[in-house]
Structure formats: structure tokens, C-alpha cells
Ligand binder design. Structure first.
Ligand SMILES: [Ca+2]
Length: 396
């Protein structure tokens, strides 16, 4: 007899997802939750679920991925022992003595020698150790060039376009903005005053004249604190360009120009005059202190010159008209109207004045005695107020 003991077919079905590999490489584990970090960017965690299905083996623990491998941090190509960490692509590390620079390029560490400029210091700022240029210098620390103290230094270094630039006068390490006249009169002029329209009001107090106002590209006063710093760092000459209502353009140059500090109320010092204005209208202000409508330093108890003339200047008291002129002949300020002097009558026929020049007066000032003035036979002849002025300095 033949007995069939054969077993019925039993099929064992094991469901194996296609995505599960049979094994993971060394230092890796299958996970769709574990975060993985890479040598390129050790600080960023890449979630396994964001990876493609076939790459769901991820580095275990502190291991980092570099191409197909999972390795310890200190085996990453751009690991820097001194730093105790990895450089990201394109980043660099400079050692504590600032003698060696390591850069991560194309996932390789490139070492090169490194040396601070003689105008730089090896230091750590915001966590970055490297060479930093000293005060008054700019650059990457290896090469440091001196910061321009004025427009003339910019001109010498090749700048030739008129415009607003940052300069670094003594005492202003963060720099200040000034207008540089580079294309005319030989270039290299640092402008500190300009009047070309009535748009900016110049009848202001001490603080405004100290700190500056207006638009550097247009009408402005740079600020006495800056003018003081600049004119005491080198010896400067002053140039003033003027145009009157008859479109007559003139200029005046003073061989030296500086103003003292605020404690001395920005006292003026100017040298000898030249130019073609026909008159030296500023030397009268030499050694005089600055006055504004809220700080009267004109030395004249009878009047507040800044208030009467609606401006600010190195005013003084003077009787230059003298008694040899009758009041009707007095023309201390303005040939056309002859009323600048009459504004300050002193006695029956004397004329007293505050200045022979006043370039911060009212633009188009119609009130007598308040307009922009440069006392001269060749200017202000067709009317009183000047139509354009600028004041600028350049090293002697
Ligand atoms: Ca006074």
C-alpha cells in the first residue's frame, strides 16, 4: 500500500518593502527619523525623511557624512585641529598667532602662510581671529591702506569724480561724509559750505552750525566740529567761489585757514588773500569768534549781529565806514542799495558794521542787511545778494 504522507503546499509569505536594504554600511543605521549631519555643514541637521528612498541609511551618533562615508568629525577633509571644528566650503581659519591661514576649497583644506600688515593687529573680533587694520587704515589686515583724511588724499589716490565721499579726519574714526570737488580748480577740495538756492535755511542756531545741516550734494554747512578737526590736522588753504546776481563769477583764496575748538567758539584764523574778487572781505573776520542767533560772540554789546543779519559768521564790530562818509554815501556792504550800513546807524552819519562778508545770510534776502554778502567793487554790484557761493579747503 502506498500512503501519501506528503504535506500540502504551504506558502510562507514575507512582505519585504523594496526600500529596506539588506544592510547599511559601517557607522550607519537605517532610520527615517534620525538626523544626519555632513562634513560640509556639521551644524545643520538633515532629516532622513528628506533623503531619497535608496539612501535611508544614515550616519549614527556623532558620525558625519562625507561622500559615501560616515566618519568622525576629526576625519572630515576640512577639519581644523586648532579650531576643533570643520570649516565650511569657502571659509577660512587663521591660527592664534595669525601666521597660518587654512581655507576649505573644493572640500579640501588648503594651508598657506599669513602675515599681518605693519598697520594691522592680530586680534579676535566677533569670534573671528585674524589681522585687523589699525585705526585710520582700511583693508583685509594683510594689506592696509591709510584712510583718507580729506578729499585731497582721495584725489592723490586716483579719485577724480566730484561727489560725496567718506573721509576720516583726526578724531572721526567712523568717517564723515563730505562733498569733494575733484574736477575743477586742480581738484582735491573738501567743500564745507555751499549756497545755490533758497531751499536750505541757513538762519540756524549754534548746534546746527556745530553739527552741520543740509544736503552734501547740494546746499549745506558741513559742521564746525568737523571743520575744526580737519583744519587742525594739516595746514589748509581756503578757496571761496562766488557768483553775483549779474552772473559774475569770482573767487577768493586765503593762504591758510583754520578754526579753533568749540571752547574758543570756533575762532577764525585766515592767512593772506588772493583772487579776483577785488576786495579782501574776510580778513576783517580774522581772529574773531563764531556767532549764531542763539550765541552772540561778536563782541558788540549794542547789537546781535547774527540775529540782525539773519545768519551765522565770524562777526565783529567795526566802524569802517567812518565819519568821512555821509550816511547817504555809506556803502560798507552793498553798492547797489547802500542800506546794509544804514541798518546799523550810529549817530547822525556814522555807519557801523558786523562783517565785510557774510556767506551764510539769507538767499535772495530782500530785507536789507540780511542777504549773502561779499563786500567788493566787483561783486554785489547789480543787486545785493550773491547767487552762489561755496567754501572749500585743500592742504597747502
Ligand atoms: Ca553782540
Amino acid at each position: 500500500m502506498k500512503t501519501d504522507y506528503s504535506m500540502p503546499h504551504v506558502i510562507f509569505v514575507v512582505t519585504v518593502p523594496e526600500t529596506i536594504p539588506e544592510w547599511c554600511p559601517a557607522n550607519e543605521i537605517f532610520s527615517d527619523e534620525t538626523c544626519e549631519r555632513t562634513c560640509d555643514d556639521p551644524d545643520t541637521c538633515i532629516s532622513a525623511t528628506s533623503r531619497t528612498k535608496s539612501e535611508q541609511c544614515v550616519c549614527v551618533g556623532d558620525y558625519l557624512r562625507q561622500q559615501e562615508q560616515c566618519i568622525p568629525l576629526n576625519q572630515c577633509n576640512c577639519f581644523v585641529a586648532d579650531k576643533g571644528g570643520v570649516l565650511m566650503e569657502g571659509h577660512f581659519y587663521i591660527n592664534s598667532r595669525c601666521t597660518r591661514k587654512s581655507t576649505c576649497r573644493n572640500n579640501r583644506l588648503v594651508d598657506e602662510s599669513y602675515q599681518c600688515s605693519s598697520h594691522a593687529t592680530c586680534a579676535t573680533k566677533s569670534g573671528v581671529r585674524k589681522c585687523y587694520c589699525n585705526t585710520n587704515y582700511q583693508g583685509d589686515g594683510v594689506t592696509c591702506t591709510s584712510l583718507p583724511k580729506d578729499c585731497h588724499e582721495l584725489y592723490v589716490s586716483g579719485t577724480r569724480s566730484d561727489g560725496v565721499y567718506t573721509i576720516y579726519p583726526d578724531g572721526w574714526p567712523s568717517g564723515i561724509q563730505v562733498y569733494c570737488e575733484m574736477g575743477s580748480n586742480g581738484g582735491g577740495w573738501t567743500v564745507f559750505q555751499r549756497r545755490s538756492s533758497a531751499y536750505v535755511d541757513f538762519y540756524r542756531g549754534w548746534s546746527d552750525y556745530k553739527n552741520g545741516f543740509g544736503n552734501k550734494n547740494h546746499d549745506h554747512w558741513l559742521g564746525n566740529k568737523y571743520i575744526h578737526s580737519m583744519t587742525n590736522q594739516k595746514t589748509y588753504q581756503l578757496r571761496i567761489d562766488l557768483r553775483d546776481s549779474g552772473s559774475s563769477s569770482k573767487y577768493a583764496v586765503y593762504s591758510t585757514f583754520r578754526i579753533n575748538n568749540e571752547a574758543d567758539k570756533y575762532r577764525l584764523s585766515v592767512g593772506s588773500h588772493s583772487g579776483n574778487t577785488g576786495n579782501d572781505a574776510m580778513s576783517h573776520s580774522n581772529n574773531k569768534q563764531f556767532s549764531t542767533k542763539d550765541w552772540d560772540n561778536d563782541g558788540w554789546s549794542s547789537y546781535d549781529c547774527a540775529e540782525r543779519h539773519r545768519g551765522a559768521w565770524w562777526f565783529y564790530s567795526s566802524y569802517d565806514c567812518g565819519r568821512e562818509y555821509s550816511a547817504s554815501q555809506c556803502r560798507c556792504y552793498c553798492h547797489g542799495n547802500r542800506d546794509y550800513c544804514a541798518y546799523f546807524p550810529d549817530g547822525s552819519d556814522d555807519c557801523a558794521i558786523c562783517a565785510h562778508s557774510h556767506l551764510n545770510g539769507d538767499y535772495d534776502g530782500s530785507t536789507r542787511g540780511t542777504y549773502m554778502l561779499w563786500y567788493s567793487y566787483s561783486l554785489n554790484y547789480y543787486g545785493c545778494s550773491l547767487q552762489y557761493t561755496d567754501m572749500k579747503i585743500r592742504p597747502v
